[in-house]
Write a protein that binds this ligand. Structure first.
Ligand SMILES: [Zn+2]
Length: 323
């Protein structure tokens, strides 16, 4: 089960806590106010995907740093162009003379528009940044997609997809054994060859008929953007079909002019994107405070074209019920 928890209410700062299945990693999509999280939950977070650096998406970094300051695991922060300098600025805002024994490191990753650039900020060096090998951090085999959004500042949408996994078909007449996990591993890697089953060598290509591929977990996170048709098209091209969409719905269609001037989206536009991505389910979040008390209106508007729409706060028991 893919557990998702929207940390705050729909009208408050964005922060979505993800627990990917069969993984000890904990991911945070955006880093708004994190006060509702326990110390234990803050300690578990190892990766933060930051859409952009507006204060309501980024103010929670201090709470996270405070909790993890003596941790041994790095805290990885991915974001759009400029995030490395902003991270350096945040870390330079405190005195660090009494924490030089901590092994804690903040690893920053910035999408420059052409590549992912990395800088490490070790606590023992008072968080002074050092260039690191570029590339993306390891996400337990999950694939990361991203797309540049339209918000007046560098802003990214993200897509996460689990590695392919398989279920063994119980009708297989062969005696189960360690060969099944070896077979799953070989097939996932596209490797061929032979495996020993019941004392006999058999081809992987022949054995693979007893594996059934499971649908992967796919989640897209889109916030703080105009969702005009051109931007939606860019997202669809970058992401392809996606099962679950978390999307901002700051405004209602009756407030379209406001959405355009503030570079945000309406509930109907979020639902249009869900349709265009072929989603199974849409979660709305980051509703404008101007529409406080009108969450049902947002839902009604989105459901008029995409019935499987829910408020983000309704997902806190786990979103992907198909597995
Ligand atoms: Zn913003």
């Amino acid at each position: 089960m893919f557990h998702c928890r929207l940390v705050n209410a729909a009208h408050h700062d964005p922060a979505l806590l993800l627990s990917p299945p069969q993984s000890a990693q904990r991911w945070l999509l955006d880093c708004g106010d994190l006060h509702p999280l326990s110390l234990h939950e803050l300690l578990q977070i190892d990766t933060v995907f930051v859409s952009h650096a507006h204060i309501d998406h980024w103010i929670g970094l201090d709470a996270l740093m405070r909790a993890q300051l003596f941790g041994e695991r790095p805290l990885r922060i991915l974001g759009p162009q400029g995030i490395l300098d902003m991270l350096a600025g945040r870390l330079a805002g405190y005195a660090w003379n009494l924490v030089s024994r901590s092994q804690f490191v903040v690893e920053g990753y910035e999408w420059t528009g052409e590549e992912w650039r990395s800088r490490h900020f070790p606590c023992r060096h008072r968080f002074v940044g050092q260039p690191a090998v570029s590339g993306l951090p390891e996400l337990d085999g999950w694939g990361l997609g991203w797309v540049e959004l339209r918000h007046g500042v560098p802003c990214l949408g993200f897509r996460l997809e689990s590695a392919v996994s398989y279920r063994f078909r119980e009708e297989c007449p062969l005696t189960p054994g360690p060969w099944i996990s070896q077979l799953k591993d070989r097939v996932a890697r596209g490797a061929e060859g032979q495996l020993e089953v019941e004392g006999q060598l058999r081809e992987v290509s022949e054995l693979s008929q007893w594996l059934r591929p499971l649908p992967s977990h796919q989640l897209a996170y889109i916030t703080d953007t105009r969702l005009d048709p051109a931007t939606r098209q860019q997202i669809v091209q970058a992401f392809g079909p996606t099962r679950i969409l978390w999307c901002e719905a700051a405004f209602l269609e009756s407030q379209r002019e406001l959405a355009e001037s503030k570079l945000h989206s309406t509930a109907l536009e979020a639902a249009s994107l869900a349709l265009e991505l072929g989603c199974e389910r849409l979660y709305l979040f980051h509703l404008s405070r101007r529409t406080q008390g009108l969450a049902d209106e947002h839902l009604r508007e989105a459901r008029s074209i995409f019935p499987e729409t829910y408020l983000g706060s309704e997902a806190n028991q786990g979103v992907d019920k198909s597995r």
